[in-house]
Design a protein around this ligand. Structure first.
Ligand SMILES: [Zn+2]
Ligand SMILES: [Zn+2]
Length: 363
């Protein structure tokens, strides 16, 4: 039976979300119904809600979630009702050209849920399934590939970070860049994703990790996670400091975990010869930046795009949950504020203002 649940509905770009009673369809044979327990606010939700990527409205956003499985379709065997799960936006068939190459995040299969959203509003009009998840709601329905079971000992708020911030940040280092031990890493933008890139660099055995951000709070958090140098580029000479921290050579890997054009552009001045710039943050779709192709060619540099940490949900979520269980991956204290669904616009305003490390809606 379709259920009536409460959800935060985005009806106009740039306007506050509204809490409404909406109808959630039953899960199909390859789908899973999850009671949402925590959903972190990610900058991607905000960019979408601001109209930065275009797209259709109205819809329910929220894609960084953890919860309890409530019901599964007939073809679902990897999770059962009662399981604690992390819910991601990566929907993968396992068989297409990209999935076959391990690039699940680029899966080209069109699923039932891509054709029809499981959500309708009180008048029966369709509501979009934002970022393929719709987790700013008491419950959600997703395709079976979008979730992974985790140890129920992980607090839901911490587990929710595994869905996006952690797999995106750590995965940029380990999956996309395949950064070798002993490299000099720099991370520009130390929000929920960038801090996880700092952790990823530490886990990968970086020789040095230079954290670059405008916020002292975020730089302090980066130090706690393993950054060996921090730079506030407004008040310090960032290029000098990067050179000093890397024996005068520049960084081997620069991870840009910010969508700000100035941050994206600055990466070229920190990266050394044979160095790699990894674009991790998702700028608005109209942003372009300039770079010097002659330097890139003559210095043998690379520019890589990293979508969702090049993650495979069924491999990376359990792996990172294991690192959390071993005390290697920090998540708990990255959750700096909790809000109810009714307070979602406050949570978004705080995230937009750069307050806190990760703001989480708890149910
Ligand atoms: Zn996200
Ligand atoms: Zn596929």
């Amino acid at each position: 039976m379709p259920q009536t649940i409460r959800a935060a509905v985005c009806r106009a770009f740039g306007e506050p979300m509204r809490i409404e009673d909406v109808t959630l369809a039953d899960p199909g044979p390859d789908e899973v119904l999850v009671a949402v327990k925590a959903c972190a606010i990610c900058h991607s939700d905000i960019t979408y809600a601001d109209g930065g990527w275009g797209g259709d409205l109205p819809l329910v956003l929220g894609h960084e979630a953890a919860g309890l499985v409530e019901a599964v379709g007939d073809n679902v065997s990897h999770v059962r009702p009662g399981d604690t799960v992390v819910v991601t936006l990566i929907r993968a068939c396992g068989a297409c050209h990209y999935c076959s190459a391990g690039r699940d995040y680029l899966c080209e299969t069109v699923f039932d849920l891509d054709r029809r959203s499981p959500l309708t509003d009180a008048s029966g009009a369709p509501l979009g399934h934002g970022l393929r998840t719709g987790a700013f709601a008491e419950k959600l329905v997703v395709e079976k590939s979008q979730l992974a079971r985790v140890d129920p000992a992980i607090p839901f708020e911490s587990a929710s970070l595994l869905a996006c911030g952690a797999i995106t940040g750590v995965g940029a280092v380990t999956n996309t860049a395949k950064m070798p031990r002993g490299a000099h890493a720099a991370v520009i933008g130390c929000g929920g994703v960038g801090l996880n890139a700092v952790q990823g660099a530490r886990i990968a055995g970086a020789a040095s990790i230079i954290a670059i951000d405008l916020s002292r709070e975020k730089l302090d958090a980066a130090e706690r996670l393993g950054a060996t140098a921090t730079i506030d580029p407004i008040h310090e000479d960032a290029v000098d400091k990067v050179l000093a921290a890397t024996g005068g050579r520049g960084a081997d890997f620069v991870f840009v975990a910010s969508g700000a054009p100035a941050a994206l552009e600055s990466a070229a001045s920190y990266v050394g010869k044979a160095g790699t710039v990894v674009i991790v943050g998702m700028p608005h779709s109209d942003v372009t930046i300039g770079y010097n192709p002659s330097n890139v060619a003559s210095w043998g540099q690379r520019i890589l795009g990293s979508k969702m940490g090049s993650a495979c949900v069924c491999r990376d979520v359990p792996h990172l949950a294991g690192l959390y269980g071993d005390g290697v991956l920090q998540l708990d204290w990255l959750v700096t504020a909790r809000y109810t669904l009714d307070q979602i616009n406050e949570a978004i305003a705080a995230t937009r203002a750069g307050q806190g490390l990760r703001n989480v809606i708890v149910f």
